[in-house]
Design a protein around this ligand. Structure first.
Ligand code: UDP
Length: 253
């Protein structure tokens, strides 16, 4: 098994993995059997987890929490919890689809608005023609919709399940149903289907490389401003943990 150091950012558990290591870990999950959960942690996740014990617990138990977001790498430096590399959720999903095509893993796309998972699957199939899409379904994270979703997933028997209900709903949903589903790898991917389907444009590469994707998203999707207040709150919390009274920020609460 690959060594994955665990870091704590404001107490929240994150694996210090590189992009390539994350892919190899998924290979090992598939080869080793059992059911796994992957979360793509960003500063919004951390702030949410500090207020929501159920979500905090999901992150404690997940098999892999990748550092998705430049803010986490910055916080890792400040808090002496070093994270080597950003592992963006969308890019990890795309790379996993490529690997699924090579290995013959069956993928299932659950979530996003009606028709979006389908479009994302078509785009992925166009890129990786041997990709096996076991199914797509919008569904919803509401408990009353779970029976139908579980039924579809049991029939489709995917190896990789991508769930796009946004955080924390998607991650809570996976943690709630994975014990009965026992899918080898289930991963929450936020708005990834919208990006892959081409409904929401991704920031140009130079913006991403300068760590400004959050600003691009704020300008393109201004209705997100309220949620994005999590970012300045995160920065303040990290600085308080480092320079305020008592502590390195490595402990919980
Ligand atoms: N979504 C959904 N059902 C819900 C709530 C959200 O399918 O009840 C989808 C929504 O269509 C979008 C994704 O979840 O595709 C969340 O995207 P967002 O950009 O908000 O997530 P983030 O990447 O910020 O976690």
């Amino acid at each position: 098994m690959i060594q994955t150091p665990i870091r704590r950012i404001l107490g929240v558990r994150i694996h210090d993995v590189t992009f390539r290591e994350a892919l190899d870990i998924v290979d090992a999950f598939l080869a080793g059997g059992g059911a796994h959960q992957i979360c793509t942690v960003n500063p919004e996740f951390v702030m949410h987890a500090l207020r929501n014990p159920a979500f905090f617990q999901v992150l404690e138990q997940a098999d892999l929490n990748v550092p998705d977001g430049i803010g986490l790498l910055w916080a890792g430096r400040i808090l002496k919890q070093p994270l080597r590399e950003r592992v963006p959720g969308v890019e990890l999903m795309e790379a996993l689809a490529a690997r699924a095509a090579e290995r013959g893993w069956r993928i299932f796309l659950l979530g996003a608005a009606d028709g979006v998972a389908d479009r994302a699957a078509l785009r992925l199939r166009a890129r990786y023609p041997s990709l096996i899409v076991a199914g797509t379904f919008a569904g919803s994270p509401r408990p009353e919709d779970a029976p139908e979703i579980l039924e579809r997933l049991r029939e489709a028997r995917p190896d990789l399940l991508f769930v796009a209900y946004g955080a924390p709903q998607q991650d809570l949903w996976i943690a709630r149903y994975q014990p009965e589903l026992r899918i080898p790898v289930a991963m929450g991917v936020g708005g990834a289907f919208d990006f892959i389907a081409g409904i929401v444009p991704r920031a140009p590469r130079w913006i991403r490389e300068h760590g400004l994707e959050w600003l691009y998203r704020l300008i393109r999707q201004p209705w997100r401003w309220r949620r994005m207040l999590a970012l300045p709150r995160f920065v303040l919390a990290v600085l308080a943990a480092r320079y305020g009274k008592g502590g390195t920020g490595a402990g919980v609460g």
